[in-house]
Design a protein around this ligand. Structure first.
Ligand SMILES: NC(=O)c1ccc[n+]([C@@H]2O[C@H](COP(=O)([O-])OP(=O)(O)OC[C@H]3O[C@@H](n4cnc5c(N)ncnc54)[C@H](O)[C@@H]3O)[C@@H](O)[C@H]2O)c1
Ligand SMILES: [Zn+2]
Length: 363
């Protein structure tokens, strides 16, 4: 049995704490048989993102063996739907998967979220493994036990908390990732750096982490640091009572513009814009020093992520913010930066500050 690089105590199920082992490395997926005893499962279903299947089917088949079933899921956020969950349930049911079966999600945050949701609800929950294949999913989406899909025009409205039996982040999958998707993943890494302010923030400021020539050298250490931060926060507050809300920095505005852009913006791009708007609000409230706001903007531009967006309507963005599931009674609860690494949650802000923060990115 391979020793994981990291573990996080995740959600407690029926009073029992569960530990999730996390493996990060190049070609680590090829070692799945020494990480998980696949033979002990009555059946195994690999749920594979269509673009991942296009590049990696032969490898996946070779590693998982002939006895593993597989289905491909059409790619993109527009398929993070109930219909996709239904398709997975239908396959599990048609192939007579029982409670001792295993699901392996192989794809970005979309497949990891909806595949995990389907597994966590089929027969009240069967085991699943996350094999994230985008930088964004390796840095963030696959970790922490949140599953779900979009519903009625709103992000992640339906979902569960459920933990995988393992997370296998194999950076070799990133070689087929389009550049724009790659850049999108840096947004969540920058978010982790901003909210903790530990070594990762300076590391990002002082390295040329996003240049394609340097990535091979930086990506595993970046993922290890980023994963550690997310695990630490989830360990303290698995069910998002308080501490975990820090991870929503940039997401109040980010989710709203992601939905308002109707597919025009990738998740990470929307979060980059959301972080700038929310950091600006923190600056306008006379907390975040101006040079720190500039540092955040520098990191976002270093990662070649957008800092302005044209053609979005402010009223529509505000309406999406108000209907976000994080808010209640028409009050917007902000994640607020007093400084890098000093984050307050559930903060109410005056309308003028919100307006100015949005004006800063909506050009
Ligand atoms: N559960 C959580 O805690 C959490 C946290 C952050 C984000 N998310 C969710 O994650 C999603 C975004 O994740 P994402 O950016 O990975 O999006 P994604 O899953 O849609 O993948 C992005 C694109 O990359 C393609 N792709 C994936 N792996 C590839 C590979 N190795 N080679 C080539 N193409 C590949 C996909 O087909 C897709 O077109 C959002 O739905 C977001 O809400 C969830
Ligand atoms: Zn996110």
């Amino acid at each position: 049995m391979k020793t994981p690089q990291m573990e996080h105590i995740a959600l407690s199920v029926a009073g029992k704490k569960t530990t999730v082992p996390i493996y990060i490395g190049v070609n680590i997926f090829d070692e799945i048989n020494s990480i998980i005893d696949l033979q002990k499962y009555s059946s195994v279903l690999a749920i594979i993102d269509k673009n991942v299947a296009r590049h990696w089917t032969d490898r996946i088949r070779k590693v998982l063996g002939e006895n593993t079933f597989s289905i491909t899921i059409p790619s993109g956020e527009k398929n993070k739907t109930l219909a996709t969950a239904e398709k997975i349930w239908a396959t599990l049911s048609k192939k007579e998967f029982d409670r001792k079966s295993l699901v392996i999600n192989i794809g970005g945050g979309m497949v990891c979220d909806v595949g995990a949701f389907a597994a966590s609800t089929y027969m009240r929950g069967i085991d699943f493994v996350q094999v994230p294949t985008t930088l964004l999913a390796q840095a963030d989406a696959a970790i922490g036990g949140k599953t779900g899909f979009n519903f009625n025009g709103l992000k992640n409205t339906i979902g569960t908390f459920a933990v995988p039996i393992a997370i296998i982040s194999d950076t070799s999958f990133l070689s087929s990732l389009p550049q724009r998707e790659y850049r999108s993943g840096f947004a969540e890494i920058i978010k982790h750096a901003v909210i903790t302010g530990d070594g990762l923030f300076d590391y990002l400021l002082n390295t040329n982490f996003s240049s394609p020539a340097n990535r091979a050298q930086y990506i595993v250490p970046l993922l290890e640091q980023s994963t550690n931060i997310k695990c630490e926060i989830v360990r303290k507050d698995p069910y998002e009572k308080k501490e975990r809300k820090k991870l929503n920095f940039g997401h109040t505005v980010g989710h709203a513009i992601e939905m308002a852009s109707k597919g025009g913006l990738l998740h990470g791009e929307a979060i980059a814009l959301g972080m700038i708007a929310e950091a600006r609000m923190s600056f306008l409230s006379r907390y975040l020093p101006e040079n720190k706001l500039r540092d955040i903007e520098n990191l976002i531009s270093k990662a070649k992520l957008p800092d302005k967006i044209k053609s979005l309507n402010k009223i529509e963005v505000l309406n999406k913010i108000l209907f976000d599931k994080k808010n209640s009674h028409h009050e917007i609860k902000w994640v607020f930066l007093e400084d890098i690494g000093n984050v307050k949650v559930d903060i109410l802000l005056p309308d003028e500050i919100i307006d100015e923060g949005l004006d800063y990115i909506l050009k």
